[in-house]
Design a protein around this ligand. Structure first.
Ligand SMILES: Nc1ncnc2c1ncn2[C@@H]1O[C@H](COP(=O)(O)OP(=O)(O)OP(=O)(O)O)[C@@H](O)[C@H]1O
Length: 991
């Protein structure tokens, strides 16, 4: 799912904005292009780029603040403090009076004695703290400190806040001071000269010392005016803090009663509208699912009504996305809606806006503002977006394809400062209040739940849903098992703090320049013309394109020259240019010219940093983009593994295969989150991929009960491949169940919470299987690896399992017909012979490459020459370290367990269920022991069994400790020496 972020028009700010926001934080959706005619608008003052919030650079001194252990320490301290205060304060209500003398006389007695005397449940300290905060401080209003401590602790520990900390703190602090003064005034009023001093004293705890003194001071200053002052303070706080702007309560009540009569069920309230202006700090981008069930959203204070007047006419509907194909079972799509804006104040110009279900709060607000209802924009936008979304079960924040970079800046009539679309999209930016002073800012909170969140249904009385009026909101939040969840599931929130590796981890070789001199170009051109001239081929024109490794000379021969003639002169041209690796492309597909690739004398190294930093890669919307390197025309070559869908790599030893594999892995690591991608790494050479061990808990998948995620043992490869086949079958079952045709459709449905995790549905990451040396596996396990590889290659594309298979021996017994047929995408580095080139690419050419990452990429008929990017081992190391040091999953991604996967243990017949044993088990055991040969084919022949059954029998015999573990192409070792020992063993097996 592509999410765009707002990019202000100046083109520099967006990066800064992106960086300022944690990568996994849900991004604000881009604005829909307004369908209303745009009004001319004055340019906005450029918004300074937002800088990442960083701790001041004070050396090491503040580094500990970022240490999660320290944060947890502080968080739990606050949580326990809130518990401590609760107990101490409650106890104080009962024992405080008696403890007063103990606490006050503490300097006269020993602490131990005082402690014994104190009645507080938390001992002397509890008594003392309560005395200080209640008796001498704020009276019973001191209880307001408890929620503050709790909210602070909760926020630090769980990194989230149900209600924003600043909101809790502000309300509680005000309540504490105000209540304390009010109590002080009450106590003061009760205390007359006639009051019994003991009664008067016993009331001290109500106001506390501070409240009492403040009330005393006010009383002496303004007498009973104190009450008026307190009332004024309360009203001021409510108006200012909750942003109350209108007081039309009676009319609202009436209107609501009428609404209630009409409505069958109370309208669900869009959360931004509910909380946006009240400072409750709910992130509307993170809770986009809040929706209005009814067709109308009303905001009298703003004087507008939102009404869904019907779906868009067919012609007005947004064009279907390019990729959308006719589906056998189309998903129910939510229609775009037209919202009519009945503006009470401006009846002549009712505005109508079109909102698609994907319209964001921000864009809705923007659209409405452009439609001339700028005053109402923030609140109306929230309501409008929710209304637009209400026609479906969930409200997607997927950004529209239109680039927001050129989004216009508009000036709402009543807002003095120009407001850019980016402001509205920016959750952190304060939303302008139309007529009151600025309300509290939206606070962005990231939902942290790694699993689909429980459903939250908000039921509330419509009377109190006047966000602009700022009336206190009473929301009853209930857990509802059955209702559809409304917030899209974001798998990346499993590891919300995960940061993709930075480009700075890679070596910077600077911008490499073409190393070919003019003289070299001229000389080569002359020689080509001359050589061809010797054979009577005249050239009409010649053009050179300098690439990193080779220069392409494009020739247009005179009319009537046979192309095959030029092709046959390959060796002669190579001889005359005294250069190796000349390749003739006759003709260049789609160009009508003949290409001669001549290696440059000085080769340019293409650094991985230079390709990963390109816009082409960074802005790529591909599922699994790989930046291979640069083509001979110096373009960055990026291809999507998900589309390939599998890749076969070959190349003689030392020609750049391992570097190529590292480039592929690094590209994917730079682009995908650990929740979206898992690697299964098979490295029979044992040293090539071991460097990726560090990212086991982030990006690797493995079989259960295996220690190392990277498979170096040939025997384990077969189990892993079988396990992947099982995973493939399971995924297909889930897709079938969900009615989806491929992984992206399925995952989209899952993230939109249209699939129930209780029914086994889960977010499925891409799995990329990398085999570094196929030749080794084919030698040792032959068919046992070939069959599952072929099966996976044939079927796995739709369910997101992709294979990258490399070999240095592209011979037909390694790259067999069945494997080749299923790998349409192939890469060849330099190979030693034309035959090898044909085996891998079905054509020559790979033998003419010049090595060191010079490669040919073949996707079907096209052959593209690419200089593979270079990544050095220390760079891979740094990238892996960077990822590995971050918080990861508790273990690698577990592949399904396959029977016999732990088979190399040999013995262990206890846990074998006798009922599972084949009826021919004993007979098979005797055959094996008689022949002292643990082979499946022996059983097939002797017992006239099929391959599968014989294979199962061998597995069972292995389980029973009769034959040893699988040893590749060799027969298994027979562990039982003779028939006598066998009979004994069979008797000992559980029947
Ligand atoms: N893209 C590249 N750019 C520049 N030099 C490269 C590139 N790829 C490989 N090389 C050079 O070639 C050397 C060998 O590369 P690499 O280890 O990838 O070969 P290989 O094909 O994996 O060999 P083997 O099969 O023996 O492991 C590297 O050490 C490096 O010096």
């Amino acid at each position: 799912m592509a999410k765009n972020t707002y990019k202000p028009a100046n083109g520099t700010a967006p990066r800064a904005t992106n960086e300022a926001r944690p990568r996994n934080q849900p991004k604000a959706a881009a604005a829909e292009p307004a369908r209303e005619p745009k009004r001319p608008v004055p340019p906005a003052a450029p918004k300074p780029p937002r800088q990442p919030l960083k701790l001041p650079d004070l050396g090491l001194s503040l580094a500990f603040l970022r240490d999660r252990r320290f944060q947890l320490f502080v968080g739990f301290f606050f949580l326990l403090t809130s518990l401590y205060l609760t107990i101490a304060f409650l106890s104080y209500l009962f024992t405080g009076h008696a403890d007063q003398s103990v606490v006050e006389g503490i300097d006269q007695t020993s602490v131990k004695e005082a402690g014994q005397e104190s009645g507080n449940w938390l001992g002397l300290l509890g008594a003392w703290v309560s005395h200080l905060l209640i008796q001498q401080g704020f009276g019973i209003a001191a209880f307001a400190l408890i929620p503050v401590a709790f909210a602070a602790g909760y926020k630090v520990v769980f990194r989230r806040a149900e209600v924003s900390l600043s909101f809790v703190t502000a309300v509680c602090m005000f309540a504490m001071l105000w209540l304390s003064m009010l109590m002080g005034y009450l106590v003061l009023s009760i205390q007359t000269p006639d009051t019994d001093p003991r009664v008067a004293h016993s009331l001290d705890f109500l106001s506390g010392g501070i409240g009492y003194e403040a009330a005393l001071w006010l009383d002496s200053l303004i007498g009973w005016g104190t009450v008026l002052l307190l009332a004024f303070l309360l009203i001021s706080f409510v108006v200012g803090f909750f942003n109350v702007t209108t007081l039309n309560l009676p009319r609202r009540l009436g209107a609501s009663a009428a609404d209630d009569d009409d409505a069958e069920e109370p309208a669900r309230i869009p959360e931004p509208a509910l909380y946006g202006q009240t400072g409750l700090g709910v992130n509307h981008a993170a809770n986009p699912g809040a929706s209005l069930d009814g067709d109308e959203a009303e905001d009298d204070s703003m004087g507008f009504t939102l009404r869904r007047v019907g779906p868009l006419a067919e012609a007005e509907k947004p064009a279907p996305a390019k990729t959308a194909k006719p589906e056998p079972k189309p998903e129910p799509t939510r229609p775009a809606v037209v919202l009519a804006l009945d503006d009470e104040d401006d009846e002549e110009t009712p505005a109508a806006i079109n909102l698609s279900p994907a319209t964001s709060v921000a864009s809705a607000a923007a659209t409405m503002a452009l439609g001339g209802v700028a005053q109402a924009a923030p609140a109306a936008g929230a309501a409008a977006a929710a209304l637009a979304a209400s026609s479906g079960p969930s409200f997607s924040f997927e950004a529209p394809a239109a680039e927001p970079e050129t989004a216009p800046v508009f000036v709402p009539p009543s807002i003095p400062t120009p407001l850019s679309l980016a402001d509205l999209a920016d959750n952190d930016a304060p939303l302008p209040a139309p007529s009151a002073p600025k309300g509290p800012a939206f606070e962005v909170e990231i939902p942290q739940e790694p699993e689909p969140a429980p459903v939250l249904a908000i039921e509330t009385d419509t009377d109190e849903l006047d966000p602009a009026a700022g009336a206190a909101v009473a929301a009853v939040v209930e857990e509802d098992e059955d209702a559809m969840p409304m917030v899209n599931y974001d798998p990346t929130l499993d590891l919300p703090r995960y940061q993709p590796p930075a480009l700075e981890l890679l070596n910077d070789y600077g911008q490499a320049k073409a190393q070919v001199s003019k003289e070299e170009l001229e000389a080569n051109k002359d020689r080509i013309v001359e050589t061809l001239g010797h054979y009577g081929i005249n050239i009409a024109s010649i053009k050179a394109t300098i690439g990193p490794t080779v220069t392409l000379y494009e020739i247009v021969p005179d009319a009537g020259v046979r192309i095959s003639k030029i092709k046959s002169l390959e060796d002669d041209i190579a001889l005359s240019l005294a250069a190796l690796g000349i390749r003739i492309i006759a003709p260049i597909p789609g160009k009508g010219t003949i290409g001669i690739e001549v290696p440059n004398t000085k080769k340019e190294m293409v650094s991985i940093r230079s390709v990963l930093s390109t816009e082409k890669f960074r802005n790529s919307e591909m599922s699994l983009p790989i930046a291979f390197g640069r083509t001979i025309t110096n373009e960055v070559f990026v291809a999507d593994l998900a589309k390939m869908p599998h890749l076969l790599m070959a190349g003689a030893t030392g020609q750049g295969k391992s570097v190529g594999l590292n480039v592929i892995l690094a590209s994917l690591l730079y682009k995908r989150h650990p929740a979206q991608l898992k690697f299964v790494l098979v490295d029979p050479k044992k040293v090539e991929l071991s460097i990726f061990n560090k990212i086991e808990r982030h990006f690797l998948a493995k079989l259960p009960d295996t220690e190392e995620a990277i498979i170096t043992d040939t025997k384990k490869v077969v189990h892993t491949l079988n396990s992947l086949c099982m995973e493939m079958d399971r995924r297909y079952d889930l897709l079938k169940d969900a009615g989806c045709r491929n992984l992206s459709e399925y995952n989209r449905k899952f993230t939109e919470r249209r699939l129930n995790p209780k029914k086994g549905h889960r977010y499925m990451p891409f799995i990329v299987l990398v085999i570094d040396e196929l030749a080794d596996l084919m030698m040792t396990a032959g068919k046992e690896v070939e069959t599952p590889i072929a099966r996976l290659a044939q079927l796995a594309r739709a369910i997101g399992i992709h294979l990258i298979v490399a070999t240095q021996r592209p011979s037909v017994n390694v790259i067999t017909g069945i494997i080749k047929a299923n790998f349409p995408c192939r890469i060849s580095f330099k190979v030693t012979s034309k035959i090898d080139s044909r085996t891998i690419l079905d054509t020559g050419g790979a033998d003419q490459l010049i090595g060191q990452g010079d490669m040919l990429f073949s996707a079907g008929s096209d052959l593209i020459r690419v200089q593979c990017a270079f990544i050095d081992t220390p760079e891979v190391d740094r990238v892996c370290d960077f990822i590995g040091e971050q918080q990861g999953y508790s273990d690698a991604y577990m592949l399904p367990e396959v029977a016999g996967a732990d088979g190399d243990a040999g013995g262990g017949n206890e846990d074998m269920d006798p009922a599972d044993r084949d009826s021919m088990f004993e007979e098979a055991a005797r055959v094996i022991v008689q022949h002292q040969q643990g082979s499946t084919s022996l059983l097939q022949r002797r017992l006239k069994l099929g391959y599968n059954r014989a294979g199962r029998l061998i597995d069972q015999l292995e389980h029973a400790g009769i034959v040893g573990p699988f040893e590749g192409s060799k027969a298994r070792e027979v562990l039982v020496p003779d028939e006598y020992a066998l009979e004994q063993l069979l008797n000992s097996l559980p029947k």
